[in-house]
Design a protein around this ligand. Structure first.
Ligand code: ATP
Length: 313
């Protein structure tokens, strides 16, 4: 097989819900590419359209407009039979049979999978070996998510879709799941995940996109995304100096004796400030300079417009 340049290619995709009389476009012209072996994270506010997008990638719904190609040329709906053996999916709500054990559950799914990995190995990779004989109804929410992950990876998928893989997990469970996901990355699996946790995207993703109201509002690597947002300088200013004396272009605020400069010109403002302090022999206590965080970029995107997305588009 010729090397595939992209595993997932999405171009100007729209998804419409509703009837002829009343429609709602949940996904509005979304586009992105995920290359083989990459982990791509879709972040977004509630109702941004992440699940609606992932469902189209999985072939569960066709786009109203636009195109999706997996493995270079395959259409998720028309070519579902060819795609299925190469993909795995962990859905938002796993539909488990509560009185089966973890082992029986994975075994049942293995029976429906082409060339599955051994059940014991799937459980072990999901960190569930010690819970193999426990009934699903007695597993914690986090353990059920991991059971879902064990099932999603039964077929050694080339591409894995993970819709909020750590939703509802405690910190320990989340970190254990990240380790599992990193292990899959190391083995070259291409992964698309949706998440509400910025730390998750920051820690795992090669590329990410922030969705807001059906559109991609920002995309790229974490440094790409934060680059367009203001950086922060922070320090203590000794008396008799006041914030108004400072020669910076950014916005200056003072709180509890600490000055914060929010600036789009981090290097220039830092240089001006340090030169100013040097010339006056002023000690700027605990001086720090940092770029915007992903959280700040996210909040700026999410807060760009208030109110509800229009319906009946
Ligand atoms: N079957 C449906 N019919 C009509 N509207 C729907 C349907 N499913 C989802 N929507 C709407 O589409 C929008 C996008 O929903 P979606 O579940 O894709 O968002 P999301 O980003 O995954 O949200 P969350 O993070 O809250 O899970 C929401 O406004 C939702 O109410």
């Amino acid at each position: 097989m010729a090397a595939e340049k992209s595993h997932i290619h999405v171009q100007d995709v729209w998804r419409r819900y509703g009837t002829a009389r009343k429609t709602f476009d949940a996904v509005r012209g979304v586009g992105f590419t995920v290359r083989p072996g990459e982990l791509f994270a879709l972040l977004g506010t509630n109702g941004a359209g992440k699940t609606s997008t992932v469902e189209m990638l999985e072939g569960l719904a066709a786009p109203h407009r636009g195109s999706i190609r997996l493995f270079g040329t395959l259409d998720p709906v028309a070519d579902r039979a060819r795609i299925r053996p190469r993909t795995g999916a962990m859905l938002q709500e796993g539909g488990f049979i509560s009185h089966l054990t973890a082992q029986e559950t994975v075994g049942m799914w293995a029976g429906l999978t082409t060339r599955p990995r051994p059940v014991a190995q799937a459980l072990e990779r999901a960190g569930l070996s010690h819970r193999a004989a426990v009934m699903v109804r007695n597993l914690s929410g986090g353990e059920r998510r991991r059971l879902d992950l064990a099932i999603a990876t039964l077929s050694h998928p080339d591409v894995l879709f993970l819709d909020e893989p750590t939703a509802g997990m405690d910190v320990e469970g989340r970190h254990a799941t990240w380790q599992l996901i990193r292990g899959l990355q190391e083995r070259g699996t291409t992964i698309l995940l949706t998440t509400h946790y910025l730390e998750e995207a920051e820690s795992l993703a090669d590329q990410l996109a922030i969705m807001h109201r059906g559109r991609i509002a920002a995309s790229g690597s974490v440094p790409d995304i934060v680059a367009g947002h203001p950086s922060t300088l922070s320090f203590g200013l000794p008396e008799p100096w006041a914030a108004g004396d400072l020669p910076v272009a950014g916005t200056v605020a003072e709180h509890n004796g600490r000055v914060t400069v929010t600036t789009g010109e981090l290097q220039k403002d830092a240089a001006r400030l340090l030169a100013w302090a040097e010339a006056r022999d002023v000690a700027l206590a605990r001086f720090t300079a940092r770029p915007a965080s992903l959280e700040e970029a996210f909040v700026a995107v999410a807060g760009r417009d208030g109110g509800r997305q229009e319906e009946g588009a």
